[in-house]
Design a protein around this ligand. Sequence first.
Ligand code: 13P
Ligand code: SF4
Length: 308
Amino acid sequence: LPDEAQMRADIEQLRQEKNAVILAHNYQRPEVQVIADFVGDSLGLSRQAARTDAEVIVFAGVHFMAETAAILNPHKTVLLPDLRAGCSLADTVTAQGVRDWKASNPGGLVVTYVNTTADVKAESDYCCTSGNAVQVVQSLPQDVPVLFAPDRFLAAHVIRETGRAMDVWDGACHVHEAIRPEDVQSQQAAYPDAELLIHPECGCSSRILSAIPELQLYSTEGMIHRAQASAAQEFIVVTETGMVTRLQHDVPGKTFIPVSRTACCEYMKMITLGNILESLQNLQPRVTVPEEIRTRALLPIERMLAIG
Ligand code: 13P
Ligand code: SF4
């Protein structure tokens, strides 16, 4: 196996030869974040995918993210270095499930989290990310029922922030759902001066917020801005552990403590320097979306990109 430095050099050469851009989510492995052209949250990555001039997009993330890039760029080559990189949250809802839900709630507007398949997006009126879910729901007409899928913890956060009743799908991410209030409390006991940075997908968020109602929740990119702006020197990072890498890189001099070492998304970690290199060599595996689904999924994504 070539060593890491050689793999990095080969990736760099192929990136130029193939006019490729590497987009990486904040939960990616440290060595992947280092070689990416852009590292960010779901909203930032979608925005980068919408504006890139590159002919090839290598998505260092999970399948729904690469699909979103393919929906926005039908004429570009979108690569996902390991097609098994899925998402337990996206798996909780199907297009047929949304169709049945709409049929029993006529006139409702469907807002789906970007962590969904292209088929589900094609059934949606709006998409949102954790970075703009509150603003998306605030932008909707007041007199219409809102159907929000699939993350019930993010939905609870949106309901709390907007005061708006919504019909909520019963989905969750296995990584964030497993983070318990006790995990947060034991880190708080060990680091009493640390500020909490909590992602709204977390299963612990509702109980922590009932104890500290003024606490803010942050998308992964929101955590960067908060850590930069805050007077605190230490932070307990209540989300997937990869986020600590990004925070340490962007906010040097402050200390970031993962809430739990086991809060690790195995799908995100399937992307490696090795399979990024192979995907650039072979221009495979590609992610494509059938045109009939793509055109219907594009509108809710464009609405998402316009808000927040
Ligand atoms: P954000 O990075 O948009 O906050 O999303 C978190 C996540 O779980 C992505 O899969
Ligand atoms: Fe999906 Fe959860 Fe992994 Fe994000 S952390 S990709 S929501 S399984």
